[in-house]
Design a binder for this molecule. Sequence first.
Ligand code: HEC
Ligand code: HEC
Length: 361
Amino acid sequence: MRQFLSTLLIVALGVTLTACDRGESGQPDTELPDRQAPIPNPDADSGLPRIQPRPLEQIPEGAFGDKVKRGYQLFVNTQELRGKYVGNALNCVHCHMDAGRRANAAPLWAAYFAYPAYRKKNDKVNSFAERVQGCFTYSTNGAPPPADSPEMIAIAAYAYWLAMGGLMDHFGINGEVPEISDTDLVTGAKREDFPLPVDIARALPVDQRDKLPGRGYPKLDKPARDYSPEKGAEVYTAHCMACHGPDGQGYEAAGVHNLPPLWGKDSYNWGAGMHRVNTAAAFIHENMPLGKGIQLTPQQAWDVAAYINSRERPQDPRFEGDVEALRKRYHNHPGYYGKAVDGKVLGENAFPDFKQMQQEN
Ligand code: HEC
Ligand code: HEC
């Protein structure tokens, strides 16, 4: 295992170096090799089960059901953890729609079966809990709950219940989702020793578990011309502003943002997956404007993704004082960190990340 990992590490380093070289050569941004590959959107015709998670009313009574319910609550109202683990105005559900249940919006049930897995972003094998920690650190601009915290166990229990209930229904296995240990819950299901009913284990060998149809976002065609924030501003005004506001800050009432901010101090930070133009374009094309997905052209989705991601937002938590150094190290992908827009280098005036917020208090 260790040898396997160090080989991966060397390969990953190799990729980084080539990526940096090529990044300097001025090729269009859409062509940039990505150091951290976006999560795949598996082939819908692969024959693997298309899961329909159970309705939330079916969450069972009792201690295990209570964990699942708690996970659901934290997922849709992550603001409960504001100041402790969360530093912006976002809830998980703002990006993982329909409480993490919707296919093609990076659903929790597909993610649960895809970990543990190697991630280039932090160069190691990540458990499910570690992957969730990534979204706390970057997407909610926070400090992640520990893997053995009640909050993390609850989120994992919710993800497991969604995935397992859907799979059991698919394979005609009746009854409640079996309870498993907290350690099993936070590790994730992509491993030989994960407790699974025999029928499911047989139909879903370990190497197929990260390929459930509906995972991630559908691949989006490259734009016909290079994407442009200026064009994106027009798309924004026409299709997004009504909900996300003239200044991208969304709308809140009584301290609750039911319409989330897209940039600025309360949005995801410069390290989040959504700040990448390609990732945001794929999400937006499939899921926005809310209730009217797949209506923008791919070009419009790329342009508006470029627009919202070329405004300032909270600092990348990996920042050590030098925007250019960080850009070279971590931002060799379609994005605006470290680049000049309207005469200002993005990242130079970034809003505080969670660490900085705590130092300032
Ligand atoms: C600003 C949007 C945003 C928010 C808020 C957010 N996420 Fe994510 N999340 C993403 C994106 C984008 C990805 C996929 C990244 C990629 O493709 O590189 C992702 C990926 C994930 C994955 C892995 C999915 C997979 O199939 O591998 C999990 C699990 C996850 N998020 C959980 C959470 C949890 C739990 C929260 C709340 C604490 C949360 N996310 C908040 C945008 C967000
Ligand atoms: C009808 C209202 C509405 C419109 C129009 C709309 N959105 Fe959204 N958007 C939402 C809501 C609500 C969410 C949170 C999703 C949820 O809770 O289900 C969201 C979430 C998002 C997110 C992820 C969360 C975040 O804050 O980063 C992005 C990015 C986004 N929208 C971009 C866009 C873009 C770009 C457009 C225009 C093409 C657009 N939206 C149009 C209502 C809207």
